[in-house]
Structure formats: C-alpha cells, structure tokens
Design a protein around this ligand. Structure first.
Ligand code: SF4
Length: 458
C-alpha cells in the first residue's frame, strides 16, 4: 500500500496496531480517580447525581450481559446464558428502574434513545424485552421518535416472526454482530454466520420497519486483505442501513491461546493498517457514518447524542454511566448487584467526580468523533476557556501529524484523522493521563487484560 505523507505520519506516530489499542467506546476514562461508595452513602450520592443532570433529554442503556456463544474476539466477557439466572437478573433490572424512578431521577426528563447491549440481549425472549420497554414507558416520557436499539446475535433472529415481533414491541433498530463472512476466519473465531443468513435478516428487518446495523471487524485471526475486500463486496450487495467497522481488540484469553499455537494467524500491524484504511475508505465512499464522521442522529442516535454529551443513565450490573460532571459504575458482581436492589438500594459501587480539566478533555474526545468537531463557542460558554490555549501542545502534535482542521468555529478531524479516530482518541487520553503523572496508563474499556501482557509468551 502506497502511503501519503499524512498516512505515513498517522501510521508512525498514532497507529497503535493491535497492541496498546483500546476499543473506543467512545469516552474519556480516568479509573485512578474512582471513589468507592458504601451502600449507606448511595442515597446522598443519588441526590448529587440528580443535581448533575440539567438536561431534559437523557439516554438510557440496558445491559443484558448473557450469551450462549464463546467468540474468540469477544471483549465483553458475558455470563453464560441460563434461563433461571436471566429471569432473576431481569426481575432485579426492572426493580432498578423502579428505584431510579422513586429517587426522582426521571422527573421532568425524556428518554431520547434507549439501547439494549450485552452480551446478547436477544438471548432474552421478546416478552422479556417487552417487559423492560413497558417498565421504561411507565417510568419516563419518551422523546418523539425515541430510538430504541437492541444488539442481537444472528442465530437468535432465525426463529419465525422474531424480528417482526421485536418491531411490534417497540424496537426500531437492531445491531447484529457479523464481523466477517469469511468462513475460515469465522471457524478460528468459534463463530458461524453465513452470507445468506445475514442477507435474510437484513431483508426481514427492513421489511418490518427496523433499521439495521452490521458490526464488522478487521484484524481477526487469519484474516487477509483479500478476505476483507470480499466482505466489502458482500456488504455492498446486502446494503444494511449502517455498518460499523472496528478493530479486533485482542483481550480475550481464548484468542491469545490460539495465537500461542498458531502465531501465523496474527494479523501484522502493516496489514491491519491497510485493512482499517480500506474499510474506512469504503464506508466514506458509500456514505456510511462512523466515529469521527457522525453528522446527524439518523442511524446512530444513541452514539450521536452521547458524543453531544447527553447524560447516559445505564441499568444493569457492570455498567458505566456519565453525566457532564460525574462518571459512575454499577456493581460488577451479580450477587452484590441483586442483593443491593433487593434491599432497596441502587447498586452503585464507585464514581468519579470529573474535574474541570477532565471535563474539558472529555469534550474534546467526544467532539472529535463528530464531523462538525469540537464546537469552540460551546466550549467557551461551558468552561470560560479557549480550547486552542488549553490544548495547545496536544493540538500542535495532532496538527503536525496532519489529523486536524481548525478554524474560529471548530476543531475537527480531517478525513484520514477520522479513519483512525480510535487512535486519535487514545492519543488524547494518553496525553490527559500524562499531564497528571507519567506513570498512568490507559485502561481498556473491555475490562480485559492488555494485549501486550497477554501476548508476552507468544
Ligand atoms: S461477541 Fe457477542 S455473541 Fe460472541 S460471545 Fe461476545 S457477546 Fe456473545
């Protein structure tokens, strides 16, 4: 692959390849600032939380962390699907919504978008998902055209009428994991989905009035440039409403084990760089929006408003929520999560009060993922600071690498900067951490171990 001067710089200075790369979720995360919350402190924390949500519209996230599959690329480490355990979880999840409601968090608020993530949310029955949607509807007003999305495993959508029923209970968008159509690669990943199957799901979803996104990956075990190009040809035929291409974040011990015995399956960084470039170029040419290039909320309502700094209230164990000034986590351990809810206490285990400096960095990271970029006037109105001064050294470096364009109104990514937006965001996070202490390191959002640590004996 011939590299332009800008791409060479991005490759050399910013591209993390597979190592030291954090799948962008896409937010600032400063784990060393977490403060633990004792159950007795939760109620007073919730009052502070309420105060911090000034906006009328909020985003709701529901975590359904169960799955029957064991994909080698998985970075969400779900719990094993089990009917009884899932029903118990669902019972407590609904109670959690009631507790939030009782605390008045939803008073005067509207849900702009609702997102079911996992795991595989569709490992729950449609009737279970309906119970959650009904509970939401009875607890908070929904904004007009509220976007309700669920992630789904293709295999869970094959039963008759499943997709139509999901539309009937109120979903208007589904996001399915596909990752690749290359059968050899899928076998290495312990996955099976065929072109025909995905084609059928997309057709049924669209006929049922559901928008559909397909998640794809680069850097999977044994994946080649030719295989990526073939995937793109197939996608062009299938034509989902949205496509998301992400890089394989090597955090799953199963894939590390595979690489120990089959190092030939590891995708080298130069090849990975080309894969990212090819897929992003394809997306740009076909008008698919992605991080770094979002211009409206049409296909990516939840993500778009997240980047616009709308508060996120997440439900379920192991979830992270953000308001403009606070980031907080629910308990990860399922028994602690359910026990606290049974006692009528919100299962919040720790929180970070974001400093002004962190909030400014967060605004920058989120803003750079929008096509319009960081809004200078809004930044100034919020912080009474000039971002060109606050971030001068950082912006100078990104300019030198050829990633940015800036004028009096905004700071945004140029096309190639947007292609490698995850690397840009990782770079900004690293700079924010370095500013505090040279010892701090970025933590992966997945909660898995770092690739470099896992891979050291390969
Ligand atoms: S990637 Fe998705 S389908 Fe695969 S194990 Fe993880 S949650 Fe389950």
């Amino acid at each position: 692959m011939e590299l332009t001067a800008t791409l060479s710089k991005i490759r050399k200075e910013l591209f993390y390849g597979s190592s030291n790369y954090t799948k962008n979720q896409p937010d600032l995360f400063v784990p060393h600032h977490f403060r633990m919350l004792a159950p007795s402190q939760v109620d007073s924390f919730v009052e502070t939380l309420k105060e911090s949500i000034k906006e009328e519209e909020i985003l709701l996230y529901f975590h359904l962390p169960f799955c029957f599959s064991e994909c080698l690329f998985c970075n969400s480490f779900p719990l094993k699907a089990d009917k009884q355990v899932q029903q118990n979880y669902l019972h407590h999840l609904l109670k959690e919504v009631e507790l939030f409601s009782k605390h008045g968090i939803f008073d005067g608020k509207k849900a702009k978008c609702i997102y079911f993530g996992g795991g595989t949310p569709t490992s729950f029955l449609n009737s279970d998902i309906k119970l959650i949607i009904d509970k939401i509807r009875s607890s908070i007003d929904l904004s007009e055209n509220c976007n309700i999305t669920s992630e789904a495993h293709p295999l869970t959508l094959s039963s008759e009428n499943r997709i139509e029923e999901l539309a009937n209970i109120g979903l208007n968008r589904i996001s399915i994991g596909c990752q690749t159509f290359d059968q050899d690669v899928l076998i290495h990943c312990n996955r099976s989905n065929t072109e025909h199957q995905i084609q059928k799901i997309v057709k049924t979803a669209q006929e049922s009035g559901l928008a559909i996104n397909i998640d794809m990956m680069t850097g999977l075990p044994g994946q080649t440039i030719m295989s990526v190009r073939k995937d793109l040809e197939i996608l062009k035929e299938i034509r989902p409403n949205a496509v998301e291409y992400i890089r394989h974040e090597i955090v799953n011990p199963l894939v590390v084990e595979l690489y120990r015995t089959r190092p030939d399956l590891i995708v080298e960084d130069d090849i990975l760089f080309e894969m990212v470039f090819i897929t992003q170029e394809w997306m740009e040419n076909l008008g698919y929006e992605q991080n770094g290039r979002f211009s409206n909320d049409k296909q990516w309502g939840y993500r778009y408003h997240w980047l616009k700094e709308m508060p996120i209230i997440a439900f379920g164990s192991r979830t992270r929520s953000y308001t403009k000034t606070i980031c907080y986590d629910k308990h990860e351990d399922l028994s602690t999560y359910t026990r606290m809810i049974s006692k009528g206490i919100l299962p919040i285990g720790r929180y970070i009060p974001l400093s002004k400096r962190e909030r400014m960095y967060r605004s920058l990271i989120l803003g750079l993922q929008l096509r319009s970029g960081l809004d200078i006037k809004r930044f100034h109105d919020t912080y009474s600071e000039d971002p060109f001064v606050v971030f001068a050294p950082l912006l100078a470096k990104l300019n030198e690498y050829g990633c940015l364009k800036q004028d009096a109104d905004s700071i945004s990514l140029i096309k190639y900067g947007a292609y490698f937006v995850e690397d840009v965001c990782d770079f900004v996070t690293d700079e924010a951490l370095k500013e505090e202490s040279g010892d701090l390191v970025r933590a992966p959002h997945s909660g898995g171990n770092r690739y470099s640590g896992l891979m050291q004996n390969v």
